[in-house]
Ligand binder design. Structure first.
Ligand code: SF4
Length: 292
């Protein structure tokens, strides 16, 4: 089954728990247990419905021992595999190295400040900056495309220029910059982090985009550009989307196993935003080039 004009990507969030507690996290943690077989069934269903990319995120995917089996299965189904991780539970093991090199197309890590102080403040976690720097070193020693993710809020907006210099040194294939978006649970921290579009774009203009040419693709995501662009699943296959403007919450769509779920998703979601689409094309090409 394949229907055009539908989003081609889903996000699967592990909503049981997370080791971090970021103030602007949009994930609804629900303590629901996770079974490997159920998760594989969700992925098979996603593939059957015609989606071609999965972003695994939310409470960190690497906290689950069977992640390797799940990711390998996802790759066997021919899907583009993107994992976002806070890196705390990403152990530098031989198994993870093999997994990343063979079955993961893109790995995303957070970097929200040019200094330990700013990054740790944004992530509400002392020592997290050091973990990210160390894990980046390890990941870079393997054949895997890296995406760095930055949330920009009123707390770190003045740091964007310095952060861009650090990112340029690190040379990820992609740098995704997200304007703070008070959606879902993140609405609680709106008064602290809110950043108007104008201020966000003023910060973006301080980045020397030309310096990144042929090194890193920069993806600038305003808050509203993310609304209704992809379905968000939890690990049990419950499907949500961002509510229509101006509601800052999530709408439950149904289970991925429901008959007619694709049509529902089609009426509620638009296609992937243009600036994100190339993640799944460019990086596929990078991997092809590596494997020749
Ligand atoms: S690491 Fe990700 S999932 Fe965990 S709290 Fe932070 S934003 Fe949410």
């Amino acid at each position: 089954m394949k229907i055009d004009n539908l989003p081609k990507r889903v996000i699967i969030n592990f909503t049981k728990k997370c080791a971090l507690n970021c103030e602007w996290c949009y994930v609804h943690f629900d303590s629901q247990s996770i079974s490997r077989d159920k998760l594989i069934a969700v992925i098979e269903r996603v593939s059957y419905l015609g989606f071609d990319s999965i972003t695994f995120g939310g409470g960190d995917p690497f906290q689950y021992k069977y992640l390797s089996t799940v990711i390998t299965k996802t790759k066997e189904l021919g899907l583009f595999v993107h994992i976002d991780t806070h890196a705390i539970t990403l152990s530098e093991s031989y198994e993870n190295a093999v997994l990343l090199e063979n079955s993961v197309d893109l790995i995303g890590l957070p970097l929200d400040g040019s200094t330990r102080h700013i990054h740790d403040l944004m992530r509400s976690s002392v020592g997290h900056y050091k973990i990210i720097k160390n894990k980046l070193e390890w990941i870079k020693s393997h054949d895997i495309s890296i995406k760095l993710n930055t949330i920009v809020s009123s707390v770190n907006k003045e740091d964007l220029k310095n952060l861009s210099k650090l990112i340029l040194n690190l040379q990820p294939v992609r740098w995704s910059i997200y304007q703070f978006w008070p959606v879902g649970p993140a609405t609680k921290s709106a008064s602290k982090h809110i950043l108007e579009d104008k201020e966000f774009l003023e910060g973006i203009r301080k980045i020397d985009f030309r310096a990144f040419e042929n090194i890193t693709t920069i993806e600038v995501n305003t808050a509203e550009s993310r609304r209704s662009t992809y379905p968000i699943l939890n690990h049990n296959g419950e499907v949500y989307i961002h509510h229509e403007y101006p509601t800052d919450g999530f709408q439950y769509v149904g289970s991925i196993f429901d008959k007619g779920i694709l049509a529902k998703i089609g009426t509620l979601c638009n296609q992937e935003r243009e600036q994100a689409t190339s993640r799944y094309i460019e990086n596929k090409n990078v991997r092809k080039a590596y494997s020749k």
